[in-house]
Ligand binder design. Sequence first.
Ligand code: FMN
Ligand code: SF4
Ligand code: SF4
Length: 432
Amino acid sequence: MANLASEFLGIRSPNPFWLASAPPTDKEYNVVRAFRAGWGGVVWKTLGLDPHVVNVNGPRYGVVYGADRRVLGINNIELITDRPLEVNLREIKAVKRAWPDRAMVVSLMVPCDEDSWKTILPLVEDTGADGIELNFGCPHGMSERGMGAAVGQVPEYIEMVARWCKKHTRMPVIVKLTPNITDIRFPARAARAGGADAVSLINTVSSITSVNLDSFSPEPMIDGKGTHGGYCGPAVKPIALNMVAEIARDAETRGLPISGIGGVTTWRDAAEFMALGAGNVQVCTAAMTYGFGIIKELTAGLSLYLDDKGMALSDLVGRAVPNVTDWQYLNLNYVTKARIDQDSCIKCGRCYAACEDTSHQAIAMKPGRVFEVIDAECVACNLCVDVCPVEDCITMERLAPGTLDPRTGQVVGDGHADWTTHPNNPMSRAAE
Ligand SMILES: Cc1cc2nc3c(=O)[nH]c(=O)nc-3n(C[C@H](O)[C@H](O)[C@H](O)COP(=O)(O)O)c2cc1C
Ligand code: SF4
Ligand code: SF4
């Protein structure tokens, strides 16, 4: 079995799976159970200064289900920890002492003034914690009080607070970013400019998951009213992967360690985050949905994958980053056509409906419900593959260079040709 031992900012953990700051890491009881189950580390539920916040007493979660009632996304209106600071600090100290080989990072959110940070940092340092994570991400409740996403949406604040933290503690500083922003590179650059050792992302996405059509209130409903919350779980993974990749390949933040968060449910999700540049991953919704036991599948799956590939964990990190590019550099000589495997086709007609109604009328329905691709119409959009219920029944096949594409009437070119040199591009060198 591949060795999953991980080091992130010099913080060692037996595997790269940490529990994200959230209810699973809210207290000693949970964290000890998580460590017993095998989790590599935790980011403790966000601490604030006393007096501690209070949560609503009604439901905190909204949910989006898949057709099989599997949880696709959870929306929450929970705040940071609602337990006294002293209680949390005492428990953090006790857990770290009892589990020295696990990563113990403490998430923090205090008002945006230097004195508040100066006050809380030594208290955390005194617990023996391995590092801190600055929660600049919660989009609800705390942001209205000038914290959380209200800080994460202003790069200058990120830089300023990160700098204060670096000044007042020797612990590694991770800045947790909000996805509720147009371009994630700017807050990441600000974190680096402020001296942060790493970024973690994503925190939750501002959202309303549903509206109750009897009471006409957003869910979760508190006495007839609702408010936006933070969305997470498998549904947000694509947003998170893109943001991680953007930071990993940006010239100004390249090399900045990243802790990947957002919808990690299986070892594959984790491997994808790491391939896009994350040094480790954090998990919340999957643990809340399935319990701490999933760590066994996560570690076993990742380990087997690495064995299968003959790779070490460190070989995986960033492996896909060089293959993330901008649209204009994609090879226009890469020409494909859909191919239907008649033996596995169940004749449902979904591909036909999709292509005929919404794509390029490139699938013919022949007698006996035999579906065939018309190469002269197929633009290779891939929609038929996506909607076909039978895996690998439709595949995309590349036309070899030198063959005629019956759709364009042109011979497929050899080598690479992209938009930057295309004659139709007014900005291209060829057009000049
Ligand atoms: C109920 C709940 C409470 C959360 N509380 C916090 C918090 O206190 N601090 C924080 O940084 N993130 C908090 N988060 C966000 C998670 O740490 C994580 O960033 C987010 O859920 C995305 O990961 P996931 O898709 O694995 O759930 C919370 C998430 C949930 C669902
Ligand atoms: S790839 Fe697109 S255009 Fe081609 S057959 Fe499928 S849906 Fe139609
Ligand atoms: S969607 Fe797939 S299974 Fe259904 S008719 Fe098309 S190729 Fe056959």
